[in-house]
Ligand binder design. Structure first.
Ligand code: 1PR
Length: 525
């Protein structure tokens, strides 16, 4: 029996699913006394340090947690569950941590994108039972902007390189904690979790020690989902956002089955986009929630859900805030939510008002769940301009001139799945969303979507240079070489594709085999 500390924020479902997939029973901490009664305690944390500590204090969990840790009982902290062990965090000055280990939590100040999102390695510093069966060169999934800085070097279990070498795992006696997410790290993560749950393994040092770890470029499979004309939820795929063929919605398979297939083929993440999310829907029986619940039982890599993350009023007049909608998705197994149309409305308002309101969906969700949980999905369309002064938007000089020989263009943001163009450009949108607290940009391109012509490198370069958060390049992948191109000619951290994977034209394994040795990828042999 494993006890899981669910403090209300964060995505506990994934951890529980991973533990259950290993054949263990889970019970939750419901009262403070459940903590000291635990045989084996897992503390998964996602979100913001200050909010987490406030909830722990409010529920009376701090004292029993510290007593549990001081008694050297089996404990595994994950992500924020690692950071909580320390005295405090730069993320929430003045807010005390559990103080079990001396030291504080610091923010990354590096020349790479922050948050550090994706698959990276770890270098073991001392033997541990957690390392059984590992070779030492595995990659695991990280998503964080802060890292722990212990005062006592003897507690350091592993370090990871992300411009700086940071502590990615600690262990003192039977108390261990990791910055990465074992529950989202595929078979490797499940092995680490199993080692903790077994608790019997003698400490080992994995044999291979890489001189330095390197973040991998991520390959993401995207599933555009909507109801077809018969009312069944299907994965569809557009051609420049038109998903109909001879009047019918294209049907490329079932969402849960396809997600499972891509996980097994080595996808680093799966993204579901509810492409008709701009329509009104009943929150409680939203079919995408069930898709997420079922997917997260079998798929142990990060899941993003987009479409319909916004404030809205239900048919019966009940009003829901975007934060409530997002919370429902997180509880159902999502690790990140992606905001499309609403992000454009938010940015329009910010630009009009001359500053943030503090109440937008991006600000609210990132405050509670952390910026790493908020992706902004942009659906831009290229608009040509004869000269830089011809339009009231920042333009780029393009190598692909327009129909009338125009040498400049800007990228107009659209809403409602490309149905409506707005007076905001993609670069400004990305920049403002970063300021508001978005943790990642999913950069689509209507002109390239479904064309197999390759990514729009000019667009990706312009947006990536304007922000410091990771950018996912999307739309147009037609062959493995297009992925190499986007990773070598732009600074995109990840590339997403749909059509070529759905139609089995190129497999995810094939893309990775092609990239292997040229750019860092999570390699599944
Ligand atoms: O506006 O917050 O409700 O979110 C709606 C979401 O649905 C947005 O993220 C938007 O991008 C997406 N969406 C809306 N309509 C469509 C459509 O296709 N008609 N799909 C749509 C966007 C783009 C990518 C696609 C890549 C790769 N699809 O997701 O998967 O372009 O395709 P490819 O590799 O085949 O070229 P909101």
């Amino acid at each position: 029996m494993v006890t899981v500390l669910d403090y209300g924020a964060g995505n506990v479902r994934s951890v529980v699913n991973a533990i259950r997939s290993l054949g263990r029973d889970v019970r939750f901490v419901e009262r403070p006394e459940d903590i000291l009664q635990a045989e084996r305690l897992v503390f998964p944390g996602v979100g913001a340090f200050g909010e987490m500590m406030r909830v722990l204090r409010h529920r009376g969990y701090v004292e029993p947690l510290v007593a549990y840790l001081n008694a050297d009982r089996p404990f595994l902290g994950i992500c924020l569950g690692l950071q909580a062990l320390f005295q405090g965090s730069e993320e929430a000055p003045g807010e005390d941590g559990l103080g079990f280990l001396p030291g504080i939590v610091r923010r990354f100040r590096v020349d790479l994108a922050v948050p550090h999102i994706g698959w990276n390695g770890f270098r073991a510093r001392k033997p541990s039972g957690l390392f059984h069966g590992l070779e030492g060169n595995e990659r695991v999934y990280f998503v964080h902007s802060y890292y722990v800085d212990p005062e006592d070097p003897s507690v350091v279990l592993a370090v990871t390189d992300y411009s700086v070498a940071f502590v990615s795992a600690v262990q003192q006696g039977r108390v261990a904690a990791v910055q990465f997410h074992p529950e989202k790290s595929g078979p490797v993560g499940l092995k680490i979790l199993e080692n903790f749950l077994d608790g019997k393994a003698a400490p080992v040092l994995p044999p291979v020690v890489e001189p330095k770890t390197e973040p991998a470029k991520r390959i993401i499979a995207c599933l555009d989902v909507r109801a077809n004309d018969q009312g069944d939820l299907v994965v569809t795929k557009g051609d420049r956002y038109d998903v109909r063929e001879q009047g019918h919605v294209r049907n490329l398979g079932k969402p849960v089955d396809l997600a499972r297939r891509y996980y097994e083929e080595g996808a680093d993440e799966i993204t579901f986009l509810n492409i008709t999310g701009f329509r009104d829907f009943p929150l409680k029986d939203l079919p995408m929630l069930e898709v997420l619940r079922r997917t997260s039982e079998k798929v142990f890599v990060p899941l993003t859900i987009g479409g319909g993350i916004r404030d809205y009023t239900d048919k019966d007049g009940t009003r829901y805030g975007a934060l409530q909608v997002a919370s429902e998705y997180f509880r159902s197994g999502a690790d990140k939510v992606s905001i499309g149309s609403d992000a454009v409305a938010i940015v329009e308002e910010v630009l009009k008002a001359g500053g943030p309101t503090g109440r937008s969906a991006i600000e609210e969700i990132s405050r509670v769940y952390g910026s790493q949980a908020v992706v902004v999905s942009i659906d831009p369309r290229r608009v040509y301009a004869a000269s830089p002064g011809a339009v009231p938007h920042p333009v780029i000089e393009t190598d692909t001139p327009g129909p009338n020989g125009e040498r400049f263009c800007w990228y107009q943001c659209t809403v409602k799945g490309g149905r409506e163009g707005r007076d905001v450009d993609a670069v400004t949108l990305a920049r403002v969303c970063e300021d508001l607290g978005a943790g990642e940009i999913l950069l689509n391109c209507i002109d390239r979507d479904g064309t197999n012509l390759g990514f729009d490198l000019e667009l990706i370069r312009a947006v990536r240079e304007a922000v410091t958060i990771p950018v996912i390049a999307s739309s147009g992948a037609g062959c493995a070489d297009h992925f190499l191109e986007v990773f070598t000619k732009t600074r995109a951290e990840a590339a997403l594709a749909a059509g070529i994977f759905h139609r089995r034209e190129v497999g995810i394994g094939e893309v990775k085999a092609f990239l292997h040795g040229k750019v860092p990828v999570r390699w599944i042999a």
